[in-house]
Design a binder for this molecule. Sequence first.
Ligand code: SAH
Ligand code: SF4
Length: 416
Amino acid sequence: MQIPGHIDPVVTPRAITPRKDGRIDLMGLTHLQIKELLEESQMDAKAAKLRSKQLFHWIYHRGVTEFAEMTDIAKVMRPWLEQRFVISRPFAVQEQISIDGTRKWLLRSEDDQEYEMVFIPDADRGTLCISSQVGCTLNCRFCHTGTMRLVRNLTPGEIVGQVMLARDALGEWPRGNMASAKADDDDDDDDDEIGHYSADGRMLTNIVLMGMGEPLYNFDNVRDAMKIVMHHEGLGLSRRRITLSTSGVVPMMKRLAQEINVNLAVSLHAVTKEVRDEIVPLNRKYGIEELLQACADYPGISNARRLTFEYVMLKDKNDSDADAQELIRLIRKYNLPAKVNLIPFNPWPGAAYECSTPERIKRFSSIIFEAGISGPVRTPRGRDIMAACGQLKSSSEKKSRAELDRLAEEKQAALG
Ligand code: SAH
Ligand code: SF4
């Protein structure tokens, strides 16, 4: 069913703007795609197979951006690669650091679109919050990103590129020789296996798809990027350390489970049709009961691997005792191994809501805990730099093709 107005989520796929120098960016490409490119450049199939494997390892496991550094690739081969390919990173326009240590980067793509990523260090982990789209089509009423018009989906290269850039910034690529690469083929189910990285609380150990955008409306690109992140020859992060948050795109949840099966977080935020329709307009398309049934059907959730419900605390909107009781009833009805993350509303200029009082949030949380369900209150991080949940918004607005071409020409002219 098509809903009139501005919540229609369909986004036209857009090709990446070709590079001016004609070279092809390998960032975001899989083994197979790299192999095909090498073959198109007249390399024979056997060599292409070997080289693509080596390139994949150097690019994603080592974080190398120069072919000259790829020591197990013949010296004569390296300039050949350099003439044809590049290994890019998103361009960091600005980096801000919060008083609580949270870091936010404003990133810019080749075609001048801006998006943001946030790193949240904790005592026992470091979480990178990445974006999947520039803007969002979904207009949740309490979310700053929702006030942007969707500009476009991020490409797999731009999604995985965020993780690569964060590892650059944190200085945590593995050193040493190639032999240290993990040899087995098991790229999941090993919660403690995070490559060679020692998590000292300042390093990237977890990824959450909770930045700008609705990841399930850009599923193919998100999936391709996460496959590289999870691959043992890639970034080597377990799927148990990756969480995807959705506002409730029910038809895509099955594919999420089948194709990557990362941890699932669902932005529930309300327990009645009336309130959820208002604050999460997608609810008019996929209602609460349908959403909860899809959660119950999500394979792999158990008491050991719980589903997360996100619940933003909005004053006098969704924060009553009765709301908490209804939430418990629903979780029980669907027999969901779930925890509820209570997120104090993070304000932004022009927002129509206020955050519930600390006393109200505490009470709401205790009602949930008393029912035997975990309902922790999430401490907001990076509010002072507008890096907290729902505060991300870049200045990108939808520009016409003609405007983009003019900007590109101006940039070219400025470069001489
Ligand atoms: N689009 C996805 C993921 C990005 S938002 C989704 O909606 O799930 C990450 C989380 O922040 C979501 O639960 C979202 O509802 C919540 N959020 C959005 N705006 C917020 C705000 N102003 N304060 C607190 N949480 C907010
Ligand atoms: Fe989009 Fe999520 Fe914000 Fe809703 S909360 S507008 S789905 S980014």
